[in-house]
Design a protein around this ligand. Structure first.
Ligand SMILES: NC(=O)c1ccc[n+]([C@@H]2O[C@H](COP(=O)([O-])OP(=O)(O)OC[C@H]3O[C@@H](n4cnc5c(N)ncnc54)[C@H](O)[C@@H]3O)[C@@H](O)[C@H]2O)c1
Length: 381
């Protein structure tokens, strides 16, 4: 099995998730290659010790990402930094010729995403993907396969949601994800939008227009000193898009909520059709529900316990449960498989084009929510 030298830029919450997934690569079976983290970069030097303590392969620690990019041992980079830094650092990574799995939203706003996209032309040999791990849950894969099989018939409605609840506490301290100048004006949509757009876009469900209801509930939050400071970002967004035209048109509902009472990290997808329907939620991680309907027949939902039927085979017995850290590892398996010449078993990570399309949707949604009107989605040609 080939080792692929990886560098991590941004050693916070998500950098550690990748490091953990790579450290238990033996969990996966029949992989073509394995990631070896050889270099890490963060402007906060204290964060990098955790990596060198746990990963003997880390030979470079730097506070300057250009130093990491000059390292010949680094073939591919995972970048997980605050949104305002995506355009600058992703552009440097792409220009360096190294492969990139970049975190969403892949540019803080549409303009910054366009700057990244402009650099990708003519770089066919360089693999660039955008992080989005929730569709790698077995139940999500079942819903995707069900839709791809044509079982839905005429589509009635599609809904994809990502719900968090911790922001319901107005005393939760502010962090960069609640600051417009660091997270972007999309607010919760920039944070969670790629998660809800990934599967609809992959299945070809591109809304041509949207209406968004944006909710702002918590106006101030405590900072590190305890003083209350403005919290400007949108808390919740409910976007209703229209896919298709005429009699075949259907609503695509996308929910990105940071204030969803009782929800910790719930990602769900539900597809409703005239002949078949299916749904999956991470609240019931081992199950998916589906219905096949024949005209005049009974309408019976079936529930199947899937256990651990992952896209990339793993050592875990099929009776056991799949969770968030497994979804992260499966996403990494898809990226590494592509790097090693595979087809990611038919479900590759989100592409730069899909990230750009999600920016088109979010940009229209932001305009719609601010002005309370339906806005056409303008996709790049
Ligand atoms: N896929 C997911 O489920 C998921 C979940 C959370 C966050 N994210 C995304 O991951 C990215 C990072 O989020 P996070 O939660 O890990 O944030 P975080 O704040 O925990 O980590 C970001 C890190 O970037 C570092 N950093 C800042 N400037 C830097 C620079 N110039 N060079 C190198 N490092 C620098 C910070 O010091 C920090 O350690 C964001 O794009 C976010 O949207 C994805």
């Amino acid at each position: 099995m080939r080792n692929i030298g990886f560098g991590i830029i941004g050693c916070g919450l998500m950098g550690r998730e990748f490091a953990s997934a790579s450290a238990r690569w033996m969990h996966l079976q029949d992989m073509r290659a394995r990631p070896e983290i050889v270099a890490v970069c963060d402007t906060n030097p204290a964060l990098m010790d955790w990596y060198s303590d746990h990963l003997p392969s880390v030979r470079q620690k730097t506070t300057d990402h250009t130093t990491l990019l000059a390292n010949d041992e680094v073939e591919a980079v995972y970048c997980a930094v605050p949104h305002m830094l995506h355009a600058g650092i992703y552009s440097d990574i792409i220009a360096s010729g190294k492969h990139l799995l970049g975190e969403k939203p892949f540019g803080m706003d549409r303009g910054q995403n366009a700057a990244i996209m402009a650099l990708l032309h003519g770089r066919e040999g360089q693999l660039v993907r955008c992080s989005s791990e929730m569709p790698f849950y077995p139940g999500a894969q079942k819903v995707i396969d069900f839709a791809r099989s044509g079982a839905l018939g005429e589509i009635i409605e599609v809904e994809c949601a990502f719900l968090h609840s911790s922001d319901i506490n107005p005393d939760k301290p502010i962090n960069w994800k609640r600051m417009v100048d660091v997270n972007g004006a999309y607010g919760c949509m920039g944070d969670l939008g790629m998660h809800v757009c990934h599967v609809p876009l992959r299945l070809g469900w591109k809304p041509h227009s949207v209406h968004a209801s944006l909710v702002k509930r918590v106006a101030t939050r405590p900072d590190a000193s305890g003083a209350r400071v403005p919290c400007e970002t949108w808390d919740n967004a409910t976007i209703t898009g229209t896919v298709g035209t005429g009699a075949a048109a259907f609503p695509l509902v996308l929910k990105t909520w940071r204030i969803a009472p009782g929800e910790s990290n719930t990602w769900s997808i539900r597809v409703l059709g005239m002949e078949g329907s299916a749904e999956f939620t991470t609240k019931s991680p081992r199950q998916w529900r589906f219905m096949r309907y024949a005209r005049g027949g009974a309408q019976c939902w079936q529930v199947e316990d899937l256990g651990y039927q992952s896209l990339f085979p793993a050592i875990t017995g099929g009776i056991f449960e799949f969770g968030f850290t497994d979804a992260i590892q499966q996403m990494w398996a898809a990226f590494v498989d592509e790097l090693a010449g595979g087809d990611a078993r038919g479900f590759h990570c989100a592409t730069p084009d899909e990230a750009a399309e999600h920016h088109a949707i979010l940009t229209a949604a932001l305009e719609s929510g601010r002005e309370n009107r339906v806005v056409d989605v303008e996709y790049a040609r």
